[in-house]
Design a protein around this ligand. Structure first.
Ligand SMILES: Cc1cc2nc3c(=O)[nH]c(=O)nc-3n(C[C@H](O)[C@H](O)[C@H](O)COP(=O)(O)OP(=O)(O)OC[C@H]3O[C@@H](n4cnc5c(N)ncnc54)[C@H](O)[C@@H]3O)c2cc1C
Length: 534
């Protein structure tokens, strides 16, 4: 745990952070006035005292007692991640499957000892970075065939161990959170610049394990692009890859064992990451479009022009409105360029032309305007985006279902795909809740061959039945993603919530290869059961 500040087991971040009363009132008013989504209850999450935990089933061995605990708060805190289902189950006080023990290893050796202990007693092991998974990746609900569950929190392995300034790379431990990494790189004048929205409470190892998507909307979108080498400690031994700027030597060990492994093949204890210079040249602009598809075509033009902006996000009128920005009459594009080496005006000028060619009007003028990112709809959206992670802990207790799902699709299929997914989700909400709800979309990332659309949906739930309602809506939109040729996830990962659809998406024979890899690396199947390998 972080010194002196306690993390919430019921929501995002520290207990002393979150929406204040005014922000909460404003959020509820936006939902009520804009979408007729009203609170059906005004409840609160159960207190720690009120939560009933089953008795711990495991005896912590003397050898591991310094790094293991069965403390109630730690067991409660590590029971769930940050998914909508996790939030509803926390509200319902459903802690029957909380981990028996939480371990805080300090070395690779501790992790190997934990595996040996888990093997001996027949316990499942769930690797835990910072628990920000929104897809049930750390939800400690495993098969009853296990005699216990151990959550392995990597928080004590949080150092930047080495910086290679010549190659601009750093060796970073798996449990280092975003701010810890940047603080340790700052004295070297370098930065990883991988900023997922969950940056503050997610880790380097978690990013690699989930192939997370950062703030770079083009080019270095996933952490994959920033990883040079990895060390993964598995029950069968360690897989340590070689530091190379590139290699054509067969299938990549980083990609095969570490990236996207989601705690099912081993624990990533460290890795080498590619760094960047701190950007000194920056430019941000905002453009408004009357039509979402015009904005999407402008993104395609920018992406295919090879300009590679750091940010090129379009946000539809509903998503803007849900977040208290705009009047529902326009789609917003936020576009930014940055460089530690050269001015970016030439790139921005060309990108602006791509937008104007598609009917854009300027929301925020970028020329000679270093404050552009704080102004107009761009600035309002930025503020809402920063506060967004705190919304759910206010909405769940009020009986409002609120979730996101994200995907990717090639440009040739995009428009039809978008209409189908939006309509399926709207119909599901209507069927399940009897209410129109709200379904919105933005692009989180964009490629020359297609965008990564990020959908959000909100609806008033039936307080006694919210989990089943959410599951039905989620299931129908996930079916649609696969049916219409998209991916079940662009960057949120598979976890327990997407496993069924991941199995439909991946080639069957590749699934068999993964099962064989799992058998070799984790012969007893102790690691994160139900994730990646069903
Ligand atoms: C508010 C919010 C915003 C978010 N924004 C983004 C975003 O912008 N981009 C994005 O990609 N995701 C986002 N996410 C999802 C989440 O933050 C990412 O999946 C993140 O990479 C998870 O990191 P973590 O350290 O918290 O991992 P955890 O949530 O603890 O774990 C995630 C998975 O990885 C495994 N794992 C964790 N650490 C290790 C390790 N060292 N070795 C092996 N396996 C491990 C776990 O077992 C689990 O399966 C967001 C989540 C929230 C709540």
């Amino acid at each position: 745990m972080m010194a002196n500040r306690k993390l919430k087991y019921w929501g995002w971040g520290y207990e002393d952070t979150g929406l204040d009363a005014d922000e909460t009132r404003s959020l509820m008013a936006t939902f009520a006035n804009g979408f007729d989504i009203q609170a059906s209850r005004d409840g609160s999450f159960p207190s720690l005292d009120a939560i009933e935990l089953p008795t711990c089933r495991l005896d912590i061995s003397a050898a591991l007692s310094k790094v293991c605990t069965d403390d109630k708060f730690e067991r409660v805190y590590h029971a769930f991640g940050q998914s909508q289902a996790d939030s509803i189950r926390t509200y319902n006080g459903d802690f029957e499957h909380a981990p028996d023990v939480v371990a805080f290893p300090e070395t690779d050796r501790h992790i190997s000892e934990l595996y040996e202990w888990a093997d001996k007693v027949g316990a499942a092991v769930i690797p835990w970075g910072a628990g920000s998974s929104v897809v049930g990746g750390v939800t400690s609900d495993v098969s009853s065939k296990f005699n216990g569950t151990i959550s392995v929190d990597m928080g004590r392995m949080n150092k930047v161990i080495e910086v290679d300034k010549v190659s601009r790379a750093a060796r970073i431990q798996g449990g280092a959170r975003g701010p810890e990494i940047e603080a340790q790189l700052k004295p070297h004048g370098l930065t990883l610049r991988h900023f997922p929205q969950s940056f503050e409470h997610s880790t380097f190892g978690g990013w690699i394990a989930t192939r997370s998507g950062g703030h770079f909307a083009t080019l270095y979108t996933h952490i994959d692009d920033l990883v040079e080498a990895t060390t993964t400690v598995t029950p069968a031994g360690n897989v340590v890859s070689r530091r190379l700027p590139g290699s054509g030597a067969g299938p990549s060990p980083d990609r095969f064992v570490a990236m996207g492994s989601e705690g099912a093949l081993g624990i990533i204890t460290e890795g080498w990451a590619r760094l960047q210079g701190r950007p000194t040249f920056k430019g941000t602009a905002g453009f408004r479009f009357n039509n979402f598809f015009d904005a999407a075509r402008a993104v395609r033009a920018v992406s295919q022009a090879g300009l590679f902006p750091a940010n090129v996000r379009i946000v539809d009128s509903t998503e803007l409105q849900v977040n208290g920005v705009g009047d529902g009459s326009f789609t917003l594009m936020v576009i930014s360029f940055e460089s530690a080496d050269h001015p970016v005006d030439a790139w921005m000028t060309r990108a602006e032309q791509c937008c104007l060619d598609h009917g854009a009007v300027v929301d925020v003028e970028w020329r000679d305007n270093p404050e552009a990112h704080l102004q107009g709809a761009v600035g309002a959206w930025r503020t809402a985006f920063i506060r967004m992670p705190y919304n759910r802990e206010q909405l769940t207790p009020r009986g409002i279902i609120s979730d996101t799902f994200e995907t990717a699709i090639t440009w040739d299929q995009f428009e039809e795909f978008y209409e189908s997914i939006r309509e399926t989700t709207r119909t599901a909400i209507r069927d399940v809740t009897g209410h129109a709800g709200a379904v919105s979309c933005r692009f989180s990332h964009a490629y020359p061959d297609g965008p990564a659309p990020y959908f959000a949906f909100h609806a008033p739930g039936d307080p006694g039945n919210m989990l089943a309602q959410w599951r039905e809506i989620k299931s129908r939109s996930s079916d649609a993603l696969i049916r219409h040729g998209g991916t079940i996830t662009h960057h949120h990962a598979v976890g327990r919530d997407h496993q069924k659809w991941y199995e439909r998406q991946r080639p069957a024979l590749f699934g068999d290869v993964l099962k064989d890899a799992k058998k070799r690396l984790d012969p007893k199947g102790l690691l994160n059961p139900g994730v990646i390998v069903g």
